[in-house]
Write a protein that binds this ligand. Structure first.
Ligand code: ADP
Length: 397
């Protein structure tokens, strides 16, 4: 690991303001090279409960802290994120894979939520409402809900945590966080900066683990947790919602997508291609709003497909830390296999590969930026989220 990131490379769980080692650990690898970055504490239900206990204890004092004082601490956290943006970005690129420029973009994006909520912390105002009784008055006051549990994905390992945690803290809530198993280091680095910012013990807790079910079970069933926030697959979201029903938690879910992108005959081809390139190939196609189904009107179809394939050919594939790279590795060999399966299935059903369509020679996690034309509605890619650098073009009249 590059010595530049050593200061923020944390490998223990962060619970109640202490860095906690566990008996078991799990490997976090560099998604481009496959090399080991670090062995990280592998938490289970015991550590998850410890974290909830710490967050429960911290909740009283934190929720009673003056809004202005909470705002100052959250703001300090934001400032430290920006000060350490280069280190955070390098760590993110290594464990997640996205090109360094995108990783830096994510750090600034993540910090922007923290800045926003630092400001909003001071503006948690109430309301009055008309009443049904002449001798009564209705006042609506906002109160912190309690302990928030967050489960976050690997595709934005910094920003999804920054967003959930800063909102919770601003409202006066405390938080327990389970980062994705592929990307716990960005989460732990954020905790290190929260510690440095002076955010009190127990207000932010991070519980990394290899197998999410045990920690997820505590987060979604422990009665002391009052809010469950999750970003990830629809399938897991349904499990968590079901589990959270037992204790009637407030649940907020951000789940999968299958975004359409529509190009009509009168479109400006250059602008449409530029828009699609940004939407489809950012983070190697691994964002929940990546265009997954591209519908192109017949009159412009061939010209658009040609221009898109030409643009996709120009993308530089490689390790995210290398200069000029636009498309990094996917998160895993399984993700590559899914992209490849979607391509092969479409081709078997009549689609044509305009560019790409194969595993990239850069390594096991790399897939060629791909454009498919003539994709039939029966193809798997028309139904399932690919989450990879594959652009399927469907024709409409
Ligand atoms: P994806 O990997 O497609 O983003 P997942 O929903 O599998 O979607 O992962 C998102 C987050 O949900 C990750 O932090 C993962 O560890 C977690 N997760 C997966 N399965 C469970 C589960 N059964 N309980 C709790 N969390 C889970």
């Amino acid at each position: 690991m590059d010595s530049k990131v050593i200061t923020l490379l944390k490998t223990e769980a962060y619970i109640d303001g202490a860095w906690l080692r566990t008996a078991k650990s799990f490997a976090v690898v560099d998604k481009a090279s496959g090399g080991l970055i670090a062995s990280v504490a592998d938490c289970g239900s015991v550590e998850a409960r410890l974290a909830v206990t710490a967050a429960t204890r911290a909740f009283g004092p934190w929720s009673r802290t003056l809004a202005k004082d909470r705002s100052v601490l959250i703001r300090r956290w934001n400032d430290l994120m920006l000060e350490h943006a280069d280190e955070l970005a390098l760590l993110l690129t290594k464990e997640q894979g996205k090109p360094l420029a995108e990783a830096k973009g994510e750090i600034v994006y993540g910090a922007s939520f923290v800045e926003f909520y630092a400001e909003e912390a001071k503006r948690v105002r109430g309301e009055t409402a008309p009443t049904h009784k002449s001798d009564a008055r209705i006042l609506i006051t906002k109160q912190a809900a309690g302990v928030v549990a967050a489960i976050t994905p690997w595709n934005f390992p910094n920003a999804m945590i920054a967003r959930k945690a800063s909102a919770a803290l601003a409202a006066g809530c405390t938080i327990v966080i389970k980062p994705a198993e592929d990307t716990p280091l960005s989460a732990l680095a954020l905790a290190a900066l929260a510690e440095k910012a002076g955010i009190p013990h127990g207000v932010i807790n991070i519980v990394p683990c290899k197998d999410p079910a045990a920690v997820g079970d505590v987060f979604s069933t422990d009665p002391r947790v009052r809010v469950l926030t999750f970003t990830g697959s629809t399938e897991v979201g349904k499990i968590l919602m079901r589990q959270a029903a037992g204790t009637v938690k407030k649940v907020s879910l951000e789940l999968g997508g299958s975004a359409p992108f529509i190009v009509f005959d009168d479109a400006d081809i250059a602008r449409a291609v530029a828009g699609l390139m940004a939407s489809k190939f950012r983070n190697a196609g691994q964002t929940c709003v990546c265009a997954n189904r591209i519908f192109v009107q017949a009159g412009i179809y061939d010209a658009f497909a040609g221009a898109l394939a030409a643009a996709a050919k120009l993308l530089k594939v490689g390790a995210g830390i290398d200069a000029g790279v636009n498309v990094g590795p996917l998160i895993s060999a399984e993700a590559v296999a899914k992209s490849d399966d979607h391509v092969r299935d479409a081709v078997a059903k009549g689609a044509v590969v305009a560019t790409g369509g194969r595993i990239h020679p850069a390594g096991a996690n790399f897939y060629e930026p791909t454009v498919l034309t003539g994709v039939p509605a029966t193809a798997k890619i028309a139904q399932e989220e690919t989450f990879g650098p594959v652009a399927p073009l469907f024709k409409f009249e």
